[in-house]
Design a protein around this ligand. Structure first.
Ligand code: UD1
Ligand code: CA
Length: 424
């Protein structure tokens, strides 16, 4: 990237159409808020700093951002007077900035790092002052429409509510993302007007303004229009989830992973999987995970994040894993919960094994360590913190509360009794 880039991410709106107590941009896809997907894309595309404009329930949003995105700062927009007004809140932070300001909305989680990079390169190579990202949609309803002149230059953006019937038929829409040469175009933000159907200070007016000022205004058409999807409703949230999931499954399959039934499999884009691993149907994988090669996962497996699984591991049906490291050639084949654990290689965890990792009185989570070659009988409870030595053997039905040494048998069940002729 030749020029310096900073991003402004708009996240102050209430999201009325979500009908939610929660600010819209904190609604999640794969356990990660919408705004977080956008900020990750900016970070990965090389933005030096992200300025997040917060407003409605701003403390909740800025709390999340400061904890999870160290390259981001939040600025407040007290009243939500429109997208142009929102960007103007970042003026102070950008005062002396000489470079490209990438403006994005916090509700477009499908935008990728690759597209942002292409967008910024296009803007720089064209020596543009203002570039708007556009997309061609089969159903453009709800979006601002891109109006081009006879020479195909973008002359203005018209919001749906301000469109004439003819403009409503335009299928090229405003994706809500802009590259702005800050030194040349920041004047727009001292000049905002709100004479439109919603009486808002529209950012979209920057296009017409730029043309009148004699600046170079361009449009960049997204290759994949899905990436422009803005989330305004629960139905669009579900659409975005589906698209994000299928996009990642396609990539995994390209990389040599078998996904038996993509329609019935959900894998977070932050999960890396090695070649020749097979994912059986109805598997749900959330958060950040790494899965090795030649593993078998599912059917009906649930990984909740922070899991690392080495090669040749089997995670079978109705197995839930959380914050756990599993070394190679280990089987956790049926009906188990393993959380906050380190599991060695060549371990066999029998059906119905539970790591009791959580104390609901103290609210503490404790660790379970299972060393190489250990074998755990069915229906065992491992009460953490607890460690099983190498090749330790746990008898089925045991409740293990103390460490078990290497090669030892751990057994807590009461001896079986037989009462002769009891039934008679
Ligand atoms: C906006 C664009 C529209 C574009 C669409 C793309 C304008 C006027 N319209 O419409 O052309 O097709 O995005 O998704 O820009 N926000 C603030 N402060 C405000 C108002 C909004 O921070 O005062 C934030 C919202 O939280 C949201 C983003 O800006 O993240 C976009 O606002 P939204 O109300 O969703 O705009 P759209 O109607 O979708
Ligand atoms: Ca929107």
């Amino acid at each position: 990237m030749s020029k310096r880039v900073k991003a402004v991410v708009l996240a102050a709106g209430k999201g009325t159409r979500m009908k939610s107590e929660k600010p819209k941009v904190l609604h999640e896809i794969f356990n990660k808020p919408l705004v977080s997907w956008v900020l990750s894309a900016c970070e990965n595309a090389g933005s030096l700093e992200n300025i997040v404009v917060v407003g409605h329930k701003g403390e909740e949003v800025s709390g999340f951002v400061s904890k999870n995105h160290p390259k981001s700062v939040c600025v407040e927009q007290k009243e939500q007077l429109g997208t142009g007004h929102a960007v103007s809140m970042a003026k102070e932070s950008l005062k002396d900035f000489d470079g490209c300001v990438l403006v994005l909305c916090g509700d477009t989680p499908l935008i990728t790092k690759e597209s942002l990079e292409k967008f910024i390169n296009f803007h720089n190579e064209n020596s543009s002052d203002i570039t708007v990202m556009t997309a061609i949609l089969g159903n453009p309803s709800g979006y601002g429409r891109i109006v081009r002149d006879s020479r195909n230059n973008v002359s203005e953006i018209v919001e749906q509510k301000d469109c004439t019937e003819a403009q409503k038929a335009i299928s090229e829409i405003n994706a809500g993302m802009y590259c702005i040469n800050w030194q040349r175009a920041q004047g727009f933000f001292s000049n905002l007007k709100n004479n439109n159907a919603q009486n808002e200070y529209y950012l979209t007016d920057i296009i017409k303004w730029g043309n009148t000022e004699g600046l170079k205004v361009s449009g960049y058409v997204l290759e994949n229009p899905d990436e422009s999807l803005g989330i305004n409703s629960r139905a669009q949230l579900a659409d975005a989830f589906r698209i994000m999931n299928l996009r990642h499954l396609d990539k995994l399959m390209e990389d040599g992973v078998t996904i038996v039934s993509p329609e019935n499999t959900q894998i977070s884009p932050e999960t890396v999987i090695g070649a020749d691993t097979i994912i059986f149907p109805n598997t749900f994988i959330n958060g950040k995970n790494t899965i090795g090669k030649n593993c078998k996962i599912g059917p009906f497996a649930h990984l909740r994040g922070n899991c690392t699984i080495e090669d040749f591991v089997k995670i079978g049906n109705f197995v839930e894993l959380k914050k756990t490291y599993v070394k190679s050639h280990t089987n956790i084949s049926h009906l188990s919960y393993v959380g906050d654990s380190k599991v060695g290689s060549n371990v066999n965890i029998g059906a119905g094994t539970i790591t009791a990792n959580y104390n609901s009185i103290t609210k503490e989570k404790k660790e379970t360590i299972i060393n190489d070659g250990a074998s755990i009988g069915s229906n065992t409870v491992l009460v953490a913190p607890v460690e099983l030595g190498k090749k330790a053997f746990i008898a089925a039905g045991s409740v293990i509360t103390k460490d078990v040494g290497a090669n030892a048998l751990g057994l807590t069940r009461s001896p079986q009794k037989e009462i002769k002729n009891y039934v008679k």
